[in-house]
Design a protein around this ligand. Structure first.
Ligand code: PLP
Length: 428
């Protein structure tokens, strides 16, 4: 059996049919924006391997920090012990986050970071004697991960987890903010989409622990960019109803939207923030849930005292070292001009797709470019074409999209946008 035959017969891949596996590429090397197949074929990773590889793959600053840490201490438990990589990463996070968000809980993946945030919100309210606040409000079309509670705050009707509907706890959904990023903001709540949230909180606020959402960009739920002003209004409504706000910046964090965090477009901060993906620049799985001092202190001063969560590999030193190196690269500030240039080039080069039949919309925000089709796109078409175009794309639902590493050159980016436009033309 060849390696690919073994893979097709014995391994699961994410959101891939085991009965009809489709094309698969055996990748043996990744460097910068390039992925290399076992037969030497090279493809640009236009997905940054699902938002992660912002500095490109195998960045020397990150691999050397990890190698150094590997030689010293690959892992040690975090209960009762601490270590310099965790402390240094915490220092960097606190320095780059809005004031007040200053208590970091490290975890292994984005979904777990969402679980931790939801648990923190419930425990915070319990600590204040508000035992009934156990539900969550969220926006339709959102995506927060694949674990049980995270699935319950994804859209059960239109989202990926509808299959599990009867098994998921029921949460409170408000319609997607109707005003797009960059559109004029109507002050009337009936028009700007804040009215349904106001009504929900007025009616059910007593039973709601937190509002969880992806600020400004709904990713896997449709690559939709909405108006930051909605976030400011939502924040104020939540404060009025004693409902915490959780921002899921797992996809958008660390420069992707043109600001360090998507919430910076609105100039506000949540009570709890979920980070992941690009935290290690795509070098190792890692995530963090950052709470305000108020949330942490309230839990700490409660009868329970401790926050009831503690992953075995919490604060893994290798991952912390990767995170420190990745944030160190962001601290140089070079990302801002890189992302702005990517945005400008994608705006120009994706624009012709607007005239193609079957294209519903073309939009760009920061280093995220989207061609939205009127019908779902079969991702296997892109997978088959990748060796010819030299561009790795993984369309999802109706969207052909790219979020390349910030280090991509203009020539490489042109290959990506050409492949996207060609794909849109081909599947239209
Ligand atoms: N939240 C958002 C916004 C995401 O985009 C994702 C993953 O795509 C997650 C949570 C889940 O992260 P992970 O896949 O690391 O569990």
């Amino acid at each position: 059996m060849t390696p690919l035959e073994f893979d097709a017969r014995h391994l699961w891949h994410p959101y891939t049919n085991v009965a009809k596996p489709g094309p698969m590429h055996l990748i043996t090397e990744a460097e910068g924006v390039w992925l290399t197949r076992d037969d030497g074929v090279r493809m640009i990773d236009a997905m940054s391997s699902w938002w992660c590889a912002i500095h490109g793959h195998r960045h020397p600053a990150i691999t050397s920090a990890m190698a150094e840490q590997l030689g010293r201490m690959p892992h040690v438990m975090f209960g009762g012990l601490t270590h310099t990589p965790a402390i240094e990463l915490g220092r960097k996070l606190v320095a780059m986050l809005p004031e007040g968000l200053d208590r970091t809980f490290y975890c292994d993946s984005g979904s777990v970071s969402v679980e931790v945030a939801l648990k923190m919100a419930v425990q915070y309210h319990k600590a204040r004697g508000r035992d009934g606040k156990v539900g969550f409000a969220t926006i339709r079309g959102g995506y927060h991960g694949d674990t049980w509670k995270a699935m319950s705050v994804c859209d059960p009707v239109n989202g990926m987890h509808g299959l599990f509907r009867g098994a998921l706890s029921i949460q409170h959904f408000v319609p997607r903010p109707p005003v797009a990023f960059g559109a004029p903001w109507p002050e009337d709540p009936a028009q700007n989409g804040l009215a349904p949230l106001a009504q929900l909180l007025a009616e059910q606020g007593e039973a709601i622990a937190a509002l969880i959402l992806e600020p400004v960009v709904q990713g896997a739920g449709g690559m939709y960019f909405y108006h930051p002003e909605w976030l400011r209004g939502a924040r104020a409504l939540c404060e009025a109803h004693d409902v915490l706000v959780i921002f899921d910046e797992i996809a958008t964090g660390f420069g992707r939207t043109g600001e360090m965090f998507a919430m910076d477009h609105a100039g506000i901060a949540p009570d709890i923030l979920c980070l992941g993906k690009a935290l290690t620049g795509g070098h190792i799985s890692f995530a963090a849930t950052v709470a305000t001092a108020e949330v942490a202190r309230t839990i700490g001063e409660s009868a329970a005292g401790v926050f009831m969560h503690g992953p075995t590999y919490m604060a893994n030193p290798l991952a912390c070292a990767a995170g420190c190196a990745s944030l160190g690269l962001l601290e140089t500030g070079a990302w801002r001009a890189q992302v702005a240039a990517i945005a400008q080039q994608m705006q120009a080069e994706l624009a012709p797709a607007r005239d193609l039949p079957g294209v519903a919309d073309v939009r760009v925000l920061g280093a995220i470019g989207v061609i939205e089709m009127t019908a779902p796109v079969d991702p296997t078409i892109a997978h088959r074409l990748a060796p010819q175009t030299g561009v790795w794309l993984r369309p999802f639902a109706r969207n052909i999209y790219a979020m390349p590493p910030f280090t991509i050159t203009p020539q490489e980016l042109s290959r990506v946008t050409s492949a996207m436009v060609a794909l849109a033309g081909g599947v239209a």
